[in-house]
Ligand binder design. Structure first.
Ligand code: BTN
Length: 234
């Protein structure tokens, strides 16, 4: 079930603050966020008509490590997006961005609250914020604007399906599905780790979700970092 608020600071915060009292699978959508957060401490700038939604996840028996949910969430987001644009125009970028025609159109932020996890989805349905460090696009730029209520309903159902598949078939099923939609697989990419930048071939995804970066005969595992050189402007 999706609860919708007119406005809140951050849908992630709203669920994190109430996590002990809310059930697993509780969704929250806000029509506007006043303090939306992106990854790496960045602000997530609101644009009217875009989607700001989060889901509370409480681990169930038989599920894998919670960090794998990042890929479960990205697959669900890709499935939802494919209701509105052709799947060939969409790709997933490590760790959990959605690209439309090679440019970021949506992002995911996972945050923990004790045993629980909140997964927040920011989707540029109606417009992309201006003046960002890196380019972004929107569904509006590609065709008709999806309705946020309809989008979150499809996303809720896609997430439940991918979560069930992850529990039943394990991370291998999720990893291979994610890799089949991954942008830049087998290509040379740049990874920024703090002040350092590494070049290498994006060779795959490790069992814990780390990016495998091949440099000559060596393969490095990247657990956290920013990837460049995938899609237009990364
Ligand atoms: C990213 O940096 O790509 C992740 C962006 C995640 C933004 C969403 S909007 C809904 C939820 N609430 C937040 O404060 N952030 C996430």
């Amino acid at each position: 079930m999706v609860t919708t608020l007119h406005e809140t600071g951050s849908t992630n915060d709203w669920l994190l603050e109430r996590a002990p009292d809310l059930p697993d699978g509780q969704w929250l959508r806000a029509q506007w966020q006043t303090a939306g957060r992106g990854r790496r401490g960045r602000a997530w700038v609101p644009v009217p008509g875009n989607l700001y939604a989060s889901v509370l996840v409480k681990p169930r028996p038989g599920e894998g490590p919670p960090q794998q949910l990042s890929f479960v969430a990205a697959l669900a987001l890709g499935d939802a997006a494919a209701r509105w644009v052709a799947a060939e125009r969409l790709a997933l970028k490590w760790p959990n961005d959605l690209l439309l025609d090679g440019v970021k159109v949506a992002g995911i932020l996972l945050e923990g609250a004790g045993d629980a996890l909140v997964i927040g989805f920011g989707v540029n349905l109606a417009g992309a914020p201006e003046g960002l460090e890196r380019p972004a696009t929107s569904f509006a730029a590609a065709g008709p604007v999806p309705d946020a209520d309809a989008f979150v309903a499809v996303l809720e159902s896609a997430f439940a399906q991918w979560r069930a598949r992850w529990a039943a078939q394990g991370f291998d099923a999720v990893r291979s599905a994610w890799l089949a939609r991954a942008a830049g697989l087998g290509e040379i990419i740049k990874v920024r780790l703090g002040e350092r930048e590494l070049d290498g071939v994006f060779a795959g995804l490790a069992a814990d979700g780390a990016l495998e970066l091949r440099q000559g005969c060596e393969t490095r595992l990247i657990h956290a970092g920013e990837v460049f050189g995938i899609g237009e402007g990364g």
